[in-house]
Design a protein around this ligand. Structure first.
Ligand code: PLP
Length: 223
């Protein structure tokens, strides 16, 4: 199966309101161009250096999403390069993104990454802390950020019930915020959840954006 076939197959299984982010981490520019030529325009990268190296090699109308853990000292590189940062996972990081966006003279679009998985190693904001950050945002604490929604990663497990429980939990937080805090703000409308192996469950639970790598490009080889 070619990358174009893979993309067509994945898209055919997604509802129309769900956006596909092709996760191109570790993939060389020619593979990304192959996906681009098949109509894909949104790509996800999780390492700052890799994003900065690939972006100039590829068409300018690509939307690059940053999906990896972001350290505050790398924020200044990511803010001008990424059209959406999925992985804002602390107040400190959100403040740093806001400050950098202000300095650059742009508005950065972000998602708050929420910790929903059982694994201790997964990054993300504690779910209990999300409402107060969202409330600060709505009060105008971050003038150079648009908070577009939430992102989460489920536990890596074959236990589909567990995965469904975690995605449903995040979906409920998203819907509660939408109703209680963002009432009337149509920009808070992205729920980023679901990867190659669990995106069907994520979509059933209300995902509006899936991040899919290996099912598009094939298996990654890390060095
Ligand atoms: C790698 C990665 C993905 C895609 O994973 P696949 O299993 O290859 O689809 C999605 N989200 C994040 C944050 C990732 O790092």
């Amino acid at each position: 199966m070619s990358i174009a076939d893979n993309l067509a197959f994945i898209r055919s299984g997604l509802p129309e309101n769900v956006t596909l982010v092709a996760v191109s981490k570790t993939m060389p520019a020619d593979k990304i161009l192959e996906a681009y030529n098949a109509g894909q325009r949104i790509f996800g990268e999780n390492r700052v250096q890799e994003l900065l190296a690939k972006k100039p090699l590829l068409p300018e109308d690509i939307e690059w999403h940053f999906i990896g853990h972001l350290q505050t000292n790398k924020v200044r590189y990511v803010v001008p390069a990424a059209s959406l940062i999925h992985s804002a996972d602390s107040l400190k990081l959100i403040s740093a993104i806001n400050a950098e966006a202000k300095k650059t003279g742009i508005i950065s679009e972000i998602l708050i990454q929420v910790r929903i998985a059982r694994e201790e190693t997964k990054f993300g904001m504690d779910p209990a802390d999300v409402p107060s950050v969202a409330a600060d945002y709505v009060k105008g604490a971050f003038g150079n950020i648009t908070l577009r929604g939430l992102m989460g990663m489920a536990t890596l497990t074959g236990d589909n019930d567990q995965v469904r429980k975690e995605f449903t939990f995040l979906s409920e937080i998203f819907n509660d915020l939408k109703k209680d805090i963002f009432a009337g703000d149509p920009r808070f409308n992205i729920l980023s959840m679901g990867m190659s192996d669990d995106h069907h469950i994520a979509v059933e639970a209300g995902s509006t954006m899936v991040r899919i790598g290996s099912s598009v490009f094939g298996h990654r080889e890390y060095n």
